[in-house]
Design a protein around this ligand. Sequence first.
Ligand SMILES: Cc1cc2nc3c(=O)[nH]c(=O)nc-3n(C[C@H](O)[C@H](O)[C@H](O)COP(=O)(O)OP(=O)(O)OC[C@H]3O[C@@H](n4cnc5c(N)ncnc54)[C@H](O)[C@@H]3O)c2cc1C
Ligand SMILES: *[C@@H]1O[C@H](CO)[C@@H](O)[C@H](O)[C@H]1NC(C)=O
Length: 358
Amino acid sequence: MPKIVVVGAGVSGLTCALLLAKQGHAVTVVAKHMPGDYDIEYTSPWAGANMLPMASEKDSRWERRTWPVLQRLAAEVPEAGLHFQTARVLRRAVDLDAISRLGDGLFERNPWYRTLMPNYRELPASELPAGVHSGCEFTSVCINTAVYLPWLVGQCAAQGVRFQRATLKHVAEAAAMHHLGGKADAVVNATGLLACRLGGVMDSKVYPIRGQIVLVRNEAAGLMPTVSGCDDGEDELIYIMQRALGGGTILGGTYTKGSWEPNPDPNIAVRIMKRAVETLPELTGGKGIEGLNVARHGVGLRPGREGGVRIEKEVIDGVSVVHNYGHAGWGYQGSWGCAERAVELVEEVVSEQAKAKL
Ligand SMILES: Cc1cc2nc3c(=O)[nH]c(=O)nc-3n(C[C@H](O)[C@H](O)[C@H](O)COP(=O)(O)OP(=O)(O)OC[C@H]3O[C@@H](n4cnc5c(N)ncnc54)[C@H](O)[C@@H]3O)c2cc1C
Ligand SMILES: *[C@@H]1O[C@H](CO)[C@@H](O)[C@H](O)[C@H]1NC(C)=O
């Protein structure tokens, strides 16, 4: 049985570990942070998370391959912590130029995902708020990350995956940490943002994209609205999503490239809350921002990467490594597609090694 060490217990590492174990590999997960931790170095717990496809059509494989799994989990596996919600994507008239210039997949006027996401419809003019050029709705999911990450751990445990808490300095250390002893056949590198800070060859292309959120106890009426822009600055976003199983509602947000600031900024928090009640007055039954019941303010750092996600194999100091990091703001909605590709690469590594031994 091939021995694989997965470094990282965010959504990327856990999903890889689960798929590898299901393919019959003996898997050890080694991680500095685990589900249950809330740490600025650990992105996954801070995500909403929902699925609002944002890739270009050319790069849509990860999201296309992930949606059927998320859909099945929402429909059939209540304990995973997903539920169906109606995504509403609004394109402001003033943002149209920027949308086409940036090639922003989510806000495109005729998006590729209209054939992927169920119940897609363009909104009639009568349903559009002032200043909004056009918009669409479709069925998507919201993932309660506080339930989903532990659920993934449990699924892994049921498949025989072992977990080890450790901070690694180098890949070679990872290869020596398999629970069956000896040297691992392959190491999966799912270290997220820390891929730029730790290890032998640091990836200087990886950078943080800061996201501040407010978690409230108010309900969002089954809707997940998002708007193409706002008047509070280029780094500020509007999105709202209610988590399954009493997880509260996430109000977002910000998208600040290069910022490592771990503390919530109170002025940003007020702007986020104001925009949320303007976008979805149902949140507080018309009572405005005063009607919000705040559970927590939070900051997460999305693992950005120049050139995009890195899913490829490499031999580092004699260790076969399969990289799977740099998922920016789409790590959940691409998780199953990326893990599937990482597992293909692990299979290639393992069969090359088997041939070399003959
Ligand atoms: C505010 C916010 C909102 C978001 N909303 C969404 C959304 O709606 N939908 C969506 O799809 N995505 C969303 N994202 C993006 C998503 O959260 C990330 O893409 C995803 O969590 C990245 O996961 P990861 O497993 O790659 O990294 P992480 O979750 O950061 O995990 C990295 C793991 O590697 C471990 N590690 C790193 N270095 C070492 C080392 N040297 N030794 C041992 N262990 C190590 C860490 O301890 C950790 O376990 C959002 C992000 C933020 C911040
Ligand atoms: C992960 O990749 C980064 C960037 O190449 C590297 O610095 C780090 O050593 C790798 N970690 C592991 C455990 O493979």
